[in-house]
Design a protein around this ligand. Structure first.
Ligand code: ZN
Ligand code: ZN
Length: 179
């Protein structure tokens, strides 16, 4: 579907299948946006953490596809948000997710929500942030690593040689992401 505002689609699906509960969320509100141009590994994801609750849809993946792909992906991520925020459950593709998905699929013929988007690969959010205490730069890592230093600070201040002054400090990434 061409790049178009997602909010009207969101509000329609929210009213039809979630009793308008998602638009009513506060602290934080549920946000919705198209990705920048780089998200190509997945059609969309829902991410949440302290102060964050957001659905992101991939422009690169979805714009060339028929409109049903955007509806189905948006609806999938809305179910994640509903399970997380409205039901308050730590469930990924569990019983509540599947029941709501089946209900939506039976309720209309226009699009089908599936457990996995058929185009994307699974999303895995970085589990760690490494930050440089000198310049403040943060880099995402899947795994914790030892003995790393900030490359740009080593280059700028130490002729590219590793220096403990620029060692990266690892802290857990508290924002989770569901595909
Ligand atoms: Zn640095
Ligand atoms: Zn999912």
């Amino acid at each position: 579907m061409p790049l178009e505002p997602l909010l009207p689609l969101f509000h329609r699906l929210d009213r039809q299948y979630f009793d308008a509960s998602l638009a009513a969320l506060i602290n934080p509100p549920l946000l919705l946006r198209w990705s920048d141009g780089r998200l190509s590994r997945t059609a969309g994801f829902y991410r949440f953490g302290p102060g964050i609750s957001e659905i992101v849809l991939s422009r690169v993946v979805l714009v060339p596809l028929p409109p049903e792909a955007t509806l189905s992906t948006l609806c999938h991520e809305m179910i994640h948000a509903w399970v997380d925020r409205v039901l308050g459950l730590k469930e990924v593709h569990g019983p509540q997710f599947k029941a709501r998905m089946a209900h939506i699929n039976q309720a209309q013929p226009g699009f089908q929500v599936s457990l996995r988007h058929s185009y994307p690969l699974p999303v895995q959010a970085a589990a760690w942030w490494a930050s440089c205490s000198n310049c403040g730069k943060k880099i995402a890592y899947r795994r914790r690593r030892k003995g790393l230093a900030c490359r740009s600070c080593c280059e700028r201040h130490n002729a590219g040689v590793w220096d403990a002054r620029f060692a990266l400090k690892f802290s857990p990434n508290t924002v989770k992401q569901l595909g």
